[in-house]
Design a protein around this ligand. Structure first.
Ligand code: NDP
Length: 814
């Protein structure tokens, strides 16, 4: 039989290799050896390590290990460039970004080939997905640059941003990080992953040729310690990191108390739900893309297949058949589905996890397909017969390995889908629109794809819930993480603060009755405890809609402005916090209560406080020694703040994006979960209300620790809460030592976000203690936040911190 007839008979693919030569020529033009790109110049190569092609183990080039001194040099260059770059008009900055986008398009084949050589991903993916998205991710923020003052009024860039990226989408992750940072007016130092530095270095050359001012983009190659040096450098104003949750936590701990901005895009174990009424063939093709795209080395890979039991057998049979047709091979071959993993160490890691899966009782299926000799290749794998607690069901494998479980009812499917510490993405397949749209909001993940998967666009935010990190990349949210309010940048240490109310106060709030910024207020063991018996009523805690006694059975004296005992409150401890968190978690349904209803309850709260304004003003005077005018002003401001956020409840909501695919992406604004709040010592009433109101308006139950020095304004509020129809568990109040309770809250995994007002030292402790479940934190860091300032705090500032955006991709239109 001749060759052509043979091909018709077997339908075998012929080789379709992409030429590697142009990329090799580019490397050769640099002598296959690179220094860093700092201040618009290449440094001489230092101590180097090899970047190799994982498909054949051959060295491509040597790149330099970045030292502390290199980082320092880059920070100086970026700082010097920041002044002029941030002063350029958005239009001018946008033009540079357009020029870079065009240059990426012009050299797209070179970028794609170099990426595939360095990373091992199929050329089909680098050519058709990675590089076109890179260009799009420069075009989109270029537009934002010009609209900055209109879209983000009052916001300014952080300054110098340190950006650390992984190896799975080397150039795309670079684009996600660099483009919005530059559009916002920041300058950057970016460290690519050690395995995949080459396209970042080609990108540096593109910046150079686009005439980007020196020092605006600096690329430093290196390994973990280079990243650590960036994280630790005091001259860096913000760290943006994508990578493993483990390193993300280390970075959170290392930046605690530094005041650096932080956004983290971390790991995932994303569920892929297939319901019995799904179009199974489409769901199978989607699954191929979900788990074998980029060899499964995708943070949002649909790596946990959850199939409805009624179709499990049929679906798995189809899946195995499809797996047997996947082609693993030379990544430069245009007809290959699965290329090489990034490095031998990753191959070993994946093999070990698969072994563990089998040892724990899983059944492994791998199709009998050929693998190329040598190189980092693995067969696609499916592990079934596992339980939710198995290692392979909980750990991110980051390889071509799918794990499978079944569910019976949609409720069970949701429970399984959410049974993970991660929350990056989820996919669901169903032909029933009612079912799909019912499930999507119930899944705790930053992205949900309906009847599709792995869809990305620069206009649509991407990022995680829970331990998948915080902050978003792409869209307006992706711009916001590179901007901060101008006033926040100018804040001084709280010692020098003068709140608008201070002027009205008879005495400063640093009176004998307390210190304003979180220092221990009331020394314990103040005389004989029995001496306080003159006060016959101790304010209790407020937990789960009831007034409850403190677990410890101890109370804390509260002294008035003149030093006289004016009351007692419970001395809250770990157990009170635990009970309060439990009550708050039981009230998470508050987040799905209609915004209109949440608004009504806050209006009611404001109204009921208004009825009792005199009583509250008197209490403030007794607590702090404020003048009548100051006390009235604080009560009025608290009422106004409640009204403001009642009004916001149904207005701070989402939008619909129109990405350039056959879909819409509904950006839904969702509450974060349970928020722990430690209120400031000053402004005993308004300080708590200013934080409570936005959190509750957006649907978050809260555990509030009121001012330790002056807690009675808030314990008086219990009755107001009770008469205002606030559902049990939505507002929980624990009185006691602010710093002790703050630490307990920050360490508690049932708290999803933590806001803390207090000293710089205590703020650092709170941030460090938050790493257990990577809760989002806001701390005042001993700075002069004046919560009385309605212009700053009646709007988006705390609303943004009360919410996270979930993008639900819905197939739409022709
Ligand atoms: P890492 O999280 O270790 O690496 C990500 C980036 O951070 C790299 O540039 C790395 O440098 C750098 N880095 C490493 N340690 C530190 C540190 N202490 N401080 C600052 N920067 C640091 O991921 P790995 O490459 O080691 O991969 C390990 C596992 O992480 C994978 O198997 C996978 O499970 C997961 N992962 C998840 C990703 C995601 O997007 N969800 C992406 C990448 C990995 P260098 O590479 O030079 O060490």
């Amino acid at each position: 039989m001749n060759k052509i007839a043979q091909i018709f008979e077997t339908l075998e693919y012929g080789p379709a290799p992409e030429a590697a030569q142009p990329a090799l020529d580019w490397l050769a033009s640099h002598g296959n050896k690179f220094g860093h790109y700092i201040d618009g110049k290449w440094t001489a190569p230092g101590k180097t390590f090899a970047s190799t092609n994982p498909a054949n183990g051959k060295a491509l080039a040597d790149v330099t290990e970045g030292t502390r001194e290199d980082v320092d040099k880059a920070v100086k260059a970026a700082r010097a460039a920041f002044k002029t770059w941030s002063a350029l008009s958005g239009y001018e900055r946008g033009k540079y970004l357009y020029a870079i986008a065009r240059a990426v398009q012009k050299h797209s084949r070179l970028f794609a080939v170099l990426e595939t050589l360095d990373n091992g991903k199929p050329i089909r993916e680098s050519r058709d997905v990675d590089i076109p998205l890179v260009a799009r991710h420069f075009y989109h923020p270029a537009g934002w640059a010009q609209q900055l003052s209109r879209a983000f009024p009052g916001m300014v860039p952080y300054g110098v941003c340190g950006q650390i990226i992984p190896w799975n989408f080397p150039l795309l992750m670079l684009a996600w990080k660099i483009a919005p940072a530059l559009a916002a007016g920041n300058t950057v130092i970016l460290k690519p992953a050690e395995f995949t530095s080459l396209t970042a270095l080609l990108f540096a050359e593109i910046c150079d040729r686009a005439g980007l001012p020196k020092g605006v983009v600096n690329i430093i190659t290196g390994e973990g310690p280079t990243g650590q040096a960036m994280v630790a450098h005091p001259g860096i104003d913000k760290i943006a990191f994508t990578g493993s949750t483990e390193v993300g936590k280390a970075i959170r701990a290392a930046t605690a108390g530094s005041g650096k901005g932080l956004s983290l895009e971390l790991g995932g174990k994303s569920p892929y739900l297939v319901f019995e009424d799904a179009d199974l063939d489409s769901a199978i093709e989607g699954l191929v893309d979900a788990i074998w795209f980029n060899q499964g080395q995708v943070c949002c890979a649909g790596s946990r297949l959850l199939v409805q039991e009624s179709i499990e057998e049929k679906f798995l049979a189809k899946l195995k058949k499809r797996m047997a047709t996947l082609r693993v091979g030379d990544p430069l071959d245009k007809a290959v589905d699965i290329g090489a993993l990034v490095a031998p160490v990753q191959v070993e890691r994946v093999r070990d996890l698969v072994k563990k899966g089998v040892a724990e009782g899983g059944t492994l299926y791998e199709p009998d397909i050929d693998l190329p000799k040598g190189g980092c290749f693995l067969r696609p794998a499916l592990i079934s017969d596992i339980s939710p607690a198995n290692t392979v069901a909980t750990e991110e494998i980051f390889g071509p390995v799918l794990v499978e479980m079944s569910f019976r009812t949609p409720e069970e499917g949701i429970a399984l889908a959410n049974n993970t510490r991660y929350g990056l993405a989820a996919t669901l397949w169903s032909e029933n629109i009612n079912l799909a749209l019912d499930i999507a909001p119930k899944i705790k993940a930053g992205v949900v794809w309906i009847n599709g998967t792995n869809q990305f666009d620069a206009a649509v935010g991407f990022g995680g819930y829970k331990e998948s990190g915080f902050g978003r990349e792409g869209g307006k949210e992706g711009m916001a993480v590179y901007l901060k309010p101008a006033w926040e940048k100018a804040l001084k240490s709280a010692a020098a603060r003068t709140s608008s109310f201070d002027k009205l106060r008879m005495r400063s709030s640093t009176s004998a009755s307390g210190s304003p910024h979180g220092e221990p207020v009331e020394p314990r063991g103040r005389g004989n405890p029995l001496d306080t018996a003159a006060i016959d009523q101790t304010a209790k805690m407020y937990i789960g809609g009831k007034q409850v006694r403190p677990d410890s059975g101890y109370s804390r004296p509260v002294f008035g402005a003149g030093g006289a005992l004016i009351g007692e409150v419970g001395d809250g401890n770990r157990k009170d916090i635990r009970n309060a968190v439990e009550a708050a978690r039981a009230a998470l349904g508050w987040g799905t209560t209609a915004a209109h209803n949440r608004a009504q309850i806050l209006f009611f709260l404001a109204e009921n406080l208004d009825y009792r304004r005199k009583e509250f003003a008197d209490r403030l005077r007794a607590e702090t020694g404020a003048t009548a005018a100051a006390a009235n002003k604080e009560v009025d401001a608290a009422i106004e703040r409640l009204f403001a956020f009642a009004g916001w409840a149904d207005k701070y909501d989402g939008t619909v994006h129109n990405p350039p695919t056959r879909a819409i992406a509904a950006a839904m604004v969702e509450p974060i979960g349970v928020i722990g709040i430690v209120a400031p010592q000053e402004l005993p009433l308004l300080g708590s209300i200013a934080l409570l109101a936005p959190a509750v308006a957006m649907g978050n139950p809260v555990v509030l620790v009121p001012s330790a020095a002056h807690p009675l304004s808030i314990t008086d509020l219990y009755q107001v809460i009770e008469t205002s129809d606030v559902p049990a568990g939505v507002i929980n109040i624990v009185t006691g030592d602010a710093e002790v309770l703050a630490k307990t809250l920050a360490e508690h995994d049932g708290i999803d976000a933590m806001w803390f007002c207090g000293s710089a030292e205590a703020s650092a402790l709170v941030e460090k203690a938050s790493i257990g479940n990577l809760k989002q934190t806001w701390t005042s860091r001993g700075l002069s936040f004046d919560l009385a300032d309605a212009d700053k705090f009646n709007g988006a500032y705390f609303l943004a911190k009360s919410t996270q955006v979930k993008n639900i991709w819905i197939p739409y239109g022709a």
